[in-house]
Design a binder for this molecule. Structure first.
Ligand code: GLU
Length: 505
């Protein structure tokens, strides 16, 4: 095959929210396009008007914007091969349907749903194919005049692909190798319906891939059964020479590993299967999204990239640029990829650790506001630096760090029983007086002075620190004590201590 510019496409049908498996398909197409200096096309396959869901196209576009997957051409991006929405390409498809009718690769069929049902009753495992087509009402069994008359009368018909039986069909798949089937298992697929004057998925998909000069079809495994039919269609059009290479990606499996990951698994186990929150316009149902659940887009990309592919090394943290460099279809696995949700959280945690504290502050300040907290930015950034290694989500910083921003009003009963001793009120009063006398309230200075005081008085460090913690935090958790007191500042530290002594004594 001559050297063509790599052109790949992501071609969703706008039937609802985009499943996370679809996001992975788009990502692999994106990585492949970038790596090969090729083009990535965004095509909308909306020839099945019954399944059209308003808002789905916008949802899909917004998902990719959030994730940083960029398209070079297509719906909303423009380009020289448009229109890119299949419902706007009717006239084009009609022309190609005619070519197949003219060269004998397709025929017109008038069988009504009732007639087809009757046949199904009559013949076990009925399939519309070489073994049955001559018993049906179609242009192969009727005279030309009869066919023309029925069309002139406005009778509805479909165009079917005439599949020759008993031929070996080879699908040369980059991931799966040579996949061979016998054409007899295929039925004479409907390619076009007069009712809405629209082609079916198969015809539109092949015609568009050809006209848009697509070089590689990278898509989910669920489309593998359609691939032999697609190969035969290329052949029927005489386009074998420019036929794209296929790569069918492994399925995403349930966390337990048995069967395909579904939305119900997400509901059952409490994780999103959609990139963004989705409001179903028909049922009103709301499904959670990765974005709204607090995931960083970089983490989602990294997580998805490794579901069905690996770089051949142990490296797990990969930026988009690294993925573009390292990705290759040959390293994609044939077998399904188990969806490990805990791993998604782990990636998010790792990306939070790598992220700049200032950037995290931008995301955390709105969370603080929601809880009615207005804190100096500088303090927020410090707290984040101290606490981010304890969370997997930015929103979880609230629960982990709220004691920095809101003084305790209650003191945990269990901690109090264990940590607040007979002499605690006395010791804390002394400590509060000592801290109040300091001009330098830096972490280092506090530590030095307090440790000396403990030693001189012969107090136990553990006892002092535990009681000190209870006064500032209200319970037994949190980072190093002087980290807390230095962030809180002198005034707030002393206030908290005096109030606690008052309540607890
Ligand atoms: N419209 C199909 C889908 O929804 C496209 C399949 C393909 O990539 O050929 O996934």
């Amino acid at each position: 095959m001559s050297e063509r510019k790599v052109r790949v496409r992501f071609a969703p049908s706008p039937t609802g929210a985009l499943h996370i498996g679809g996001v992975r398909t788009a990502l692999y197409n994106y990585l492949f396009a970038r790596q090969n200096d090729g083009d990535l096309i965004f095509r909308i396959e909306d020839t099945d008007s019954n399944r059209f869901v308003p808002g789905a196209e916008e949802y899909i576009l917004e998902s990719f914007k959030w994730l940083g997957i960029k398209f070079d051409e297509g719906v909303s991006f423009g380009g020289n091969y448009g229109p890119y929405r299949q419902s706007e390409r009717r006239e084009i498809y009609k022309k190609y349907v005619q070519i197949l009718l003219d060269n004998g690769s397709a025929y017109i069929a008038f069988d009504t749903p009732e007639e087809l049902n009757a046949k199904r009753e009559e013949i076990k495992n009925f399939q519309y194919d070489a073994s049955t087509r001559m018993q049906m009402r179609n242009s192969l069994t009727m005279s030309k005049e009869e066919v023309e008359q029925l069309i002139a009368d406005g009778k509805q018909y479909v165009v079917r692909f005439k599949i020759e039986p008993n031929m070996e069909v080879h699908v040369n798949d980059i991931i799966r190798g040579d996949v061979v089937i016998n054409s007899s298992i295929l039925d004479d697929k409907v390619l076009f319906k007069s009712a809405d004057e629209l082609p079916t998925y198969h015809l539109a998909n092949i015609v568009d891939d050809h006209l848009m000069e697509v070089t590689h079809v990278i898509r989910g495994e669920e489309w593998l059964p359609s691939a032999p039919l697609h190969v035969l269609l290329y052949r029927a059009f005489g386009w074998e020479d420019s036929m794209p290479r296929f790569a069918h990606l492994p399925l995403l499996l349930k966390p337990e590993g048995n069967g395909k990951l579904s939305k119900r698994d997400g509901d059952r186990l409490g994780f999103p299967v959609f990139p963004l929150e989705w409001h179903d316009p028909k049922t009103g149902e709301i499904s959670s999204g990765y974005r709204e659940s607090g995931y960083l887009p970089e983490a989602v990309i990294n997580f998805l990239a490794l579901l069905g592919w690996n770089p051949g090394t142990e490296q797990e943290i990969l930026s988009m640029d690294e993925l573009i460099k390292l990705f290759n279809l040959e390293h994609c696995s044939k077998s399904g990829a188990r969806f490990d949700y805990e791993k998604a959280k782990w990636f998010n945690h790792e990306y939070i650790l790598m992220k700049d504290n200032e950037e995290i502050a931008d995301m955390f300040i709105p969370v603080l506001k929601e809880h009615g907290v207005e804190a100096p930015r500088e303090m927020v950034v410090k707290v984040i630096g101290m606490m981010k290694d304890r969370v997997s989500f930015i929103k979880d910083l609230w629960d982990t760090c709220k004691f920095f921003f809101v003084a305790p009003t209650e003191y945990d009963e269990k901690t109090r029983k264990k940590r607040w001793k007979e002499d605690s009120a006395k010791c804390m009063t002394e400590l509060a007086d000592l801290l109040e006398s300091l001009d330098d309230f830096s972490l280092e200075h506090q530590e030095e002075v307090v440790m000396k005081w403990i030693e001189e008085k012969g107090y136990g460090t553990g006892n002092i620190m535990n009681a000190f913690r209870l006064t500032l935090v209200g319970e037994g958790k949190g980072p190093h004590m002087f980290d807390i007191s230095s962030v809180l500042g002198k005034e707030e530290t002393i206030n908290r201590m005096r109030r606690a002594i008052d309540v607890l004594k």
